[in-house]
Ligand binder design. Structure first.
Ligand SMILES: Cc1cc2nc3c(=O)[nH]c(=O)nc-3n(C[C@H](O)[C@H](O)[C@H](O)COP(=O)(O)O)c2cc1C
Length: 168
């Protein structure tokens, strides 16, 4: 059973949780959603409000949901659910129906964002700003070569953290 907790309880290592454990970016509503694995992003303060930022390539199916629905969630699953993260990070919702993935139980959170009962942590968010990464604004050539040889530059989504959910 998940419950909202005060922001002061979010005391975690972002490099470990996002960079190593990974997260699901879940866009859409309980009736129609899609999710993808992400290991890039962060949490901070922008415009004096608590924000997350995530990088999503326009080619991702999840991108369509983030464009259509202002609410989305970042879901952190326990290590035992690594396989779900691997599937959601290697297969597109255009090929497989991610809503039908077994082992995780979707639920609708306040604001309409979708979470999963099994999560260890969920941040529900509302997009405030979407900014395509412009090729000319990228100053490092090695990054351009490593990540953008085929174009498909990420969009940066900056989103207000509405609530933090943890198991009771
Ligand atoms: C560990 C890991 C991290 C990833 N991080 C990102 C990311 O931050 N941004 C992104 O656009 N894609 C990222 N991906 C790739 C997407 O998860 C992958 O392309 C996925 O199949 C997209 O699914 P969709 O088309 O259903 O949205 C990552 C994949 C893995 C395995």
């Amino acid at each position: 059973m998940l419950q909202p907790v005060p922001f002061s309880e979010l005391c975690w290592n972002v490099f470990e949780w996002i960079g190593e454990r990974w997260m699901l970016v879940v866009g859409g509503t309980r009736e129609s959603y899609n999710m993808m694995t992400a290991s890039w992003g962060g949490v901070g303060v922008v415009w004096n409000e608590p924000m997350v930022f995530v990088f999503v390539r326009p080619s991702r199916y999840t991108h369509e949901f983030l464009m259509k629905y202002p609410s989305f969630s970042l879901v952190f699953l326990p290590e035992a659910f690594r396989e779900i993260l691997e599937v959601c990070g290697s297969r597109s919702g255009r090929e497989i129906e991610k809503m039908k993935l077994g082992g995780i139980t979707p639920l609708s959170l306040e604001g309409g964002a979708v979470g999963f009962e099994e999560a260890e942590l969920i941040l529900t968010c509302t997009t405030v700003c979407r900014q395509p990464i412009e090729p000319l604004s990228l100053l490092r050539e090695d990054i351009r070569r490593a990540f953008y040889a085929g174009g498909d530059y990420h969009d940066l989504f900056i989103a207000r953290i509405e609530e933090i959910w943890r198991p009771a």
